[in-house]
Design a protein around this ligand. Structure first.
Ligand SMILES: NC(=O)NCCC[C@H](N)C(=O)O
Length: 258
């Protein structure tokens, strides 16, 4: 049976200083954010995930967005080199955590930059967003790391949002979902379903057909429920103020040998 382990990282006391790029800065309540994070972690646990806390990085405001620091393909953990220099110190603790879990570790190197939020896996296809955080060298290095393992790496442009997965994610059947005004080229995806809200584009596959979504996308939750999906919602409003979404608060690991 495949393992269901998820890396998570407790919010930094400096969370409110996190980066904002495509949205206006709003005041973040760190206490409320921590409560929302705890409820998010609990939702993973309640759905069969063993959560593993990466050592907190209190000096790194954006460290809670752990997904950006590592990309998993099979049991290989590709440690990223985040596009924002302020986020690069986040990777050391993540590298230690994945090594402890028995992953093979690989790295994105200078001059490459890549954020995990730019990588969407749909079966063996790995879409990578070339945008504000991931550069062409990062795309090439991702290809070199994963194609020998059987991945088909497809690069797609991202210009309207922070990351590829701010624009699109995928349903359990492989259909890619996105809010059209935020997607550069919907036609690049073989099966595409348009959703009515920007936050509705973000789903975490919990397994057993369940989807984790933000409470801020009720019309999309209704649409997906109507299509027979089992939707679980969490309020992540404080993280949304920093351009975070449900996907970026964890790294789901399904194919570990340990
Ligand atoms: N994968 C993600 O969606 N990450 C969100 C990162 C938000 C953070 N404030 C950043 O700008 O890097």
């Amino acid at each position: 049976m495949p393992s269901k382990k998820a890396l998570v990282r407790r919010p930094s006391p400096r969370l409110a200083d996190g980066l904002v790029t495509h949205v206006e800065r709003e005041k973040v309540d760190v206490g409320l954010a921590t409560e929302q994070w705890e409820a998010y972690v609990e939702a993973l646990r309640a759905n069969g995930w063993e959560t593993i806390e990466v050592e907190p990085a209190d000096d790194c405001p954006d460290s809670v967005f752990v997904e950006d620091t590592v990309v998993m393909y099979r049991n290989v953990a590709l440690i990223t080199r985040p596009g924002a220099a302020s986020r690069r110190p986040e990777t050391a603790g993540v590298e230690e955590a994945v090594a402890r879990l028995g992953c093979s570790v690989n790295w994105i190197w200078d001059p490459g930059t890549l954020d995990g939020g730019d990588v969407l896996k749909v079966g063996d296809t790995v879409y990578v967003g070339r945008g504000g955080r991931t550069n062409p060298a990062g795309v090439q290095q991702l290809r070199a790391a994963f194609e020998p393992l059987g991945a088909r790496v497809v690069a797609v442009p991202v210009s309207k949002v922070l990351h590829l997965k701010s624009a699109v994610t995928a349903l359990p059947d492989g259909t890619v979902i996105g809010h059209i005004p935020k997607v550069d080229r919907p036609s690049l995806f073989p099966g595409f379903l348009s959703v009515p809200e920007e936050a509705g584009a973000h789903v975490v596959l919990l397994g057993g057909g369940k989807l984790l979504m933000a409470a801020s996308a009720p019309r999309t939750a209704e649409l997906l429920t109507d299509l027979g999906h089992d939707v679980v919602t969490v309020d992540i409003g404080e993280f949304e103020k920093l351009e975070g979404c449900v996907t970026c608060l964890s790294v789901r690991m399904r194919e570990l040998y340990a």
